[in-house]
Design a binder for this molecule. Structure first.
Ligand SMILES: C[S@@+](CC[C@H](N)C(=O)[O-])C[C@H]1O[C@@H](n2cnc3c(N)ncnc32)[C@H](O)[C@@H]1O
Length: 246
């Protein structure tokens, strides 16, 4: 262990070793590893109302409570841990982790020798996640999904729940998730969908959320070379899954 990782909590020390460009002086002052700081983003930013809410303390509090209820009531909101087929001791990534409870569930799935990392851009969301869910094998990073800080082929599964609609460039974010996934391993994403009404909804003013059409994400998965691509709609929620070629 070098001098830098020795000063970090175990999950963040393990995360630091997976980073493409690990910081020499990591900022963990708020309980998560902040890889953005005050830097000006060089990827497109979402300046819409919905992400402004998730980036605020009150919005993150409201969301945290609402998602707990949604996950109790709606099976479509539940996490894909079983399908991701995580190996014990493996590494799982939750992109747009919000309050971090899915990240923590991934941490339980990989067990004490494994690692689950949650990535989000919102400081209040990450502060909640770190306070409630960080642990020996669960850690949180502040980074943009359109430029994931991890090395190529460094994780054993990726999930992203209810985030891609907020990303100015969802295809780039998915390409990043696939880049960091190991060959032969699985990715599952969930988005709200407008189905066949998506093209009409796009004509309306919106709060900064993309309305996905039925085949849009599955087409992106296939264009990135994923196999066994499946899309399933349950009401206004769509799950899309795929496997990276071995
Ligand atoms: C609706 S919440 C979903 C949170 C969590 N995945 C869940 O299922 O409860 C969307 C999250 O995506 C995050 N997000 C939005 N844009 C992002 C970006 N460019 N990079 C990383 N996270 C982002 C938001 O900050 C927010 O925490």
């Amino acid at each position: 262990m070098d001098g830098v990782t020795a000063t970090l909590p175990p999950a963040l020390a393990a995360a630091q070793k997976l980073l493409a460009d690990p910081p020499a002086d990591p900022d963990i002052s708020r309980g998560y590893l902040d890889l953005l700081g005050a830097q000006i983003s060089d990827v497109p930013e979402n300046t819409g109302l919905i992400q402004a809410l998730w980036a605020s303390p009150i919005g993150s509090l409201l969301y945290d409570n609402a998602q707990t209820v949604a996950r109790r009531l709606l099976t479509a909101w539940q996490q894909p841990t079983e399908w991701l087929d995580l190996p014990a001791g493996g590494t799982a990534l939750d992109v747009g982790c919000g309050p971090g409870n899915v990240t923590a569930a991934l941490g339980r799935a990989v067990g004490p020798e494994g690692l689950a990392l949650g990535v989000d851009i919102s400081e209040p969301m990450l502060a909640r996640a770190a306070a409630a869910e960080a642990g020996l094998n669960v850690g949180f990073l502040r980074a943009d999904a359109q430029r994931l800080p991890l090395r190529d082929a460094s994780v054993d599964a990726v999930t992203s729940i209810a985030m891609l609609q907020l990303i100015p460039d969802p295809a780039t974010a998915i390409a990043e998730m696939v880049r960091v996934l190991r060959p032969g391993r699985r990715i599952a994403v969930m988005v709200p969908t407008a189905g066949r009404a998506a093209s009409l909804i796009r004509l309306l003013p919106n709060g900064g959320a993309h309305a996905f059409g039925d085949d849009e994400l599955a087409d992106t998965f296939e264009s990135l070379g994923l196999s066994s691509v499946r899309a399933k709609n349950t009401g206004t929620i769509q799950w899309v899954r795929g496997v990276k070629a071995a």
